[in-house]
Ligand binder design. Structure first.
Ligand code: MN3
Length: 199
């Protein structure tokens, strides 16, 4: 099996002015593609070549000798999940079961938004902020570099990429502004609800 770069769920200009087509040309067309290419080269002619992306991530997580495979497999997964975590005319307060569960588990939308923005802004260096389901409860967490909830027994519902390459072309060094725009204009709560429903 050869991994392929999945098509974007919308046109590369669909999130403008919040995320530019130029950002997608690099972030999707170059960075995400490179992770796919690297992963294919690393698993070629090994037993992992027949496994799913999720199986690879889980089987090599924590294995220092396979860090390169983990990093590339996780980054393929993370980016596909990130594109789907956004949509044109997204953002704002959640609806459905996720909205109710944010009220129950996190003390309401405003507290969620504050915790999520804080997680993304305070992730030192590269990484991700997430809304996850952990032991039946919602949590806001952050991970470093390629690390992801799947490696920690958690189910991801939403993510934002806070690596510099995610925002530098559109926001330069203003990571907090990028995260606020993500929350106000881009979050795809339908995707979060679908992930919660199948968890
Ligand atoms: Mn990225």
């Amino acid at each position: 099996m050869t991994f392929e770069l999945p098509p974007l769920p919308y046109d590369k200009s669909a999130l403008e002015p919040h995320m530019s087509a130029r950002t997608f040309e690099f972030h999707y067309g170059k960075h995400h593609q490179a992770y796919v290419t690297n992963l294919n080269n690393l698993v070629k002619d090994t037993p992992l070549a027949t496994k799913s992306l999720e199986e690879i991530v889980k089987s090599v997580a924590g294995d220092a000798a396979k860090a390169g495979i983990f990093n590339n497999a996780a980054q393929v997964w993370n980016h596909t999940f990130f594109w789907n975590s956004m949509k044109p005319n997204g953002g704002g307060k959640p609806s459905g079961a996720v909205g109710r569960k944010i009220d129950e588990d996190l003390g309401g939308y405003d507290k969620f938004a504050e915790a999520f923005a804080q997680a993304g802004a305070t992730q030192f260096g590269s990484g991700w902020a997430w809304l996850v389901l952990d032991g039946g409860k919602l949590k806001v967490v952050k991970t470093a570099n390629a690390d992801l909830p799947l490696a920690h027994g958690q189910t991801a519902l939403l993510t934002v990429d806070v690596w510099e390459h995610a925002y530098y072309l559109d926001y330069q060094n203003r990571r907090p502004d990028f995260i606020q725009t993500y929350l106000k204009n881009l979050v795809n709560w339908d995707f979060a609800n679908a992930n919660l429903a199948k968890a």
